[in-house]
Design a protein around this ligand. Structure first.
Ligand SMILES: [Zn+2]
Length: 366
């Protein structure tokens, strides 16, 4: 047995000339992990949170990188990328930070709700969609009956997760938010936006190619089998949209994701001002990345602080709504087709403080 292991690793090394550096065992392990992440394990998000209470709901949702639902094409491409056999010209995965060059046509995400949410939950989801529409040129439209490619918003109890990008061959995309009172669990405003940003096309910040310049992974603290959540991907899979690495991004892991011992699994190399993995706001650069991905008007010419860029500053300070980077986007209603009875105008600002009655009977699923 030892001799075969040694042989494998020797073969692995022999094959390991640049750019490939994976052994057959590593590749098989990666494949198995991807398959596991795509299976429904039926564990409720509450149980997952108990196992690692210091991580966020979306980190704890049991999918690829925590909350990414991979389709067949993506899983296959990631294996190719991992094993070093991906073609640089493969159109399935060129323009990303973002996985795949798969933007929603006409900048419009088509959606429908599973009929399982309370009005307050629907309104919380709409509030996130409205903010995305207000800050980007991405729009939302309710699915017509004849349409086959759309996002179905579901409320399964196992976590918060979503597909990444637009995949016509997949048809029904999923955005799942385990039902909870708005402001709690998967129903915090930033978590809902986070899941939509996956649908928009983004992966997580810390899987980008240059992340080792900014974060240190503490492999010894990662739950066995979860190490693949900390893979990084090359420039043929991910793209930082011309912006610096950002600890405060709404798409960045926190310190404790996938921890086996409640110790940190990832630490910032530079001072992150405590913002790495923060769940309080979406940054101006999060929006700018989305705008650039969709070539929204002005997105590539919007003033970026050139000094910050030239000094390689990695941390973008959130400057609040009044300093939104994109200024020439259309104003006005952002989800024009919402039925009147679901209009979100009556959702209070900072709705996370909103108290609604518990709707427990609807949560007794499975
Ligand atoms: Zn995510």
């Amino acid at each position: 047995m030892w001799s075969s292991l040694v042989l494998l690793s020797v073969v692995g090394c022999a094959l390991a000339g640049p750019p490939v550096s994976r052994t057959k065992d590593q590749i098989e392990s990666f494949k198995a992990y991807l398959e596991r992440s795509r299976r429904d394990d039926g564990i409720r998000i509450e149980s997952r949170m108990l196992a690692n209470p210091k991580a966020s709901e979306w980190e704890n949702s049991g999918k690829f990188q925590g909350d990414i639902l991979l389709n067949d094409e993506q899983a296959e491409y990631l294996v190719q990328e991992y094993s070093g056999t991906a073609s640089k010209s493969d159109s399935a995965a060129r323009n990303a930070y973002i996985l795949g060059n798969a933007r929603w046509p006409a900048n419009t995400i088509i959606y429908e709700f599973n009929n399982e949410f309370t009005n307050a939950q629907v309104n919380a989801i709409y509030a996130a969609m409205r903010e995305i529409s207000a800050r980007t040129c991405i729009r939302f439209r309710r699915r017509e009956r004849w349409e086959t490619v759309f996002v179905r918003i579901t409320g399964r109890s196992d976590g918060c997760y979503a597909n990444v990008g637009y995949w016509p061959r997949m048809g029904v995309h999923t955005l799942n938010l385990a039902r909870a009172n708005p402001g709690q669990g998967c129903f915090t405003h930033t978590t809902i936006i986070h899941e939509w940003l996956h649908i928009v096309g983004f992966m997580h910040m810390q899987s980008t190619h240059n992340r080792d310049d900014y974060v240190r992974i503490l492999w010894q603290n990662i739950s066995p089998g979860m190490e693949h959540n900390f893979e990084k991907y090359g420039t043929n899979v991910v793209n930082n949209m011309g912006l610096p690495y950002e600890y405060a991004s709404n798409m960045h892991y926190g310190r404790y994701g996938f921890s086996v011992n409640r110790q940190a699994t990832m630490l910032p190399i530079y001072n992150d001002n405590g913002l790495m993995g923060q769940q309080q706001f979406v940054t101006g650069w999060d929006w700018l990345r989305a705008n650039r991905h969709y070539n929204c008007p002005g997105a590539w010419s919007a003033p970026i602080n050139a000094e910050e860029l030239s000094q390689g500053t990695y941390l973008h300070e959130y400057k609040g709504e009044e300093d939104a980077v994109i200024e020439d986007l259309p104003q006005g209603d952002v989800v024009e087709d919402l039925p009147q009875e679901e209009q979100v105008a009556n959702v209070p600002q900072g709705f996370e403080a909103e108290k609604i009655s518990m709707v427990e009977e609807a949560r007794q699923d499975e």
